[in-house]
Ligand binder design. Structure first.
Ligand code: ZN
Length: 328
């Protein structure tokens, strides 16, 4: 429950406690993987509508080189807008200290830096070695420590390609564990495991979470970031829940894709994930029917983009009232 207890200064306590935080990453992960551009007003409507449906945490964008990713050029404005929404944790992704500076300036509650377990992937993605990335994390920690303690953003390092890499292939579990230890030592409050490439399976999820927990402590790994590239997204989410994960990333309509797998869907679908969790008796604070309605923001603004999800198509089962009727 890290995001709930450590997000000093955030209004997250305004809502009732939840069992699992569903972190919506569509405005960042989804949009950065599609060609069509979404304007600022549409993004604001999307974020506001999801917050209104009860979503507690949204990754609104990333502070990257806008020449490479023009889709993310309005992140600062989005952070300021989203920070005004009561009870919402505003998360952003940053690749380096410079991005972290911009995130702090804009008032983000949570800052995540992706560090790839595959060094080849890291070099290709951000042109940095592991040593350079760890140094970047240490510098961001130093910068955050200059801020008044009550106003500090929460700082997480997401271990990308933690389950395999499209360039290197298999990524040894020892590499992931070693990196997790180094990132915590460098000053990240927490690490997350990201299945960037959609290579994970439930057994790997279990084994890697356990290995990292064993090395850095259970309180230092509470969340996973999953893709549904090969259809195992929700199975992996269930395996992650079994290992005590309390934050699961997802994207509305599974927006996005995978640059390495044409036609593949993006992150796990927020709507389907919420359905699974609530059906299992785990509260998310999210109103599923309201959440499904938010899809119209996407279908209106990016009509050519495929929208994924089983629940929006099939509906909920007869007798399912959205309040955990099937709970054991
Ligand atoms: Zn992703």
């Amino acid at each position: 429950m890290t995001a709930l207890s450590n997000n000093a200064g955030s209004a997250i306590t305004a809502g009732a406690p939840v069992d699992v935080i569903v972190s919506e990453v569509g405005p960042r992960d989804g949009l950065q993987s599609i060609a069509q551009t979404v304007d600022l007003d549409t993004k604001k409507r999307w974020i506001a509508a999801e917050a209104d449906a009860g979503v507690r945490e949204i990754e609104v964008g990333s502070f990257v080189n806008y020449k490479l990713l023009p889709q993310m050029s309005d992140t600062a404005e989005l952070v300021k807008f989203a920070a005004g929404i009561d009870g919402l944790t505003v998360a952003v992704l940053v690749p380096n200290l410079r991005g972290a500076e911009a995130a702090i300036e804009a008032g983000a509650h949570k800052i995540s830096i992706p560090v790839s377990a595959s060094e080849t992937h890291s070099l290709k993605n951000v042109r940095r070695t592991h040593a350079q990335m760890i140094d970047e994390v240490a510098q961001i920690r130093q910068r955050i420590n200059t801020i008044d303690e009550a106003k500090r953003p929460y700082f997480e390092a997401g271990i990308a390609t933690a389950f395999g890499c499209t360039i290197e292939g298999p990524v040894p579990v020892d590499k992931v564990v070693e990196l997790a230890v180094q990132l915590i030592e460098a000053g990240a409050e927490e690490v997350g495991l990201s299945d960037t490439t959609g290579y994970a399976n439930p057994r790997m999820i279990r084994d890697r979470i356990r290995a990292v927990h064993g090395a850095v402590g259970k309180d230092k790994l509470n969340g996973v970031h999953l893709h549904n590239t090969r259809g195992l997204g929700l199975a992996n989410a269930a395996a992650a829940l079994n290992e005590g994960m309390t934050t699961l990333d997802a994207s509305l309509a599974g927006l996005g894709g995978c640059p390495f797998a044409p036609g593949a869907s993006g992150n796990i679908v927020t709507e389907d994930l919420v359905f699974m969790l609530e059906s299992m008796g785990l509260s998310t604070g999210i109103d599923l029917s309201k959440l499904v309605q938010v899809r119209s923001v996407l279908s209106d603004s990016i009509p050519d983009e495929p929208l994924y999800g089983f629940i929006p198509d099939a509906g909920t089962p007869l007798g399912w009232d959205g309040s955990r009727v099937n709970a054991p």
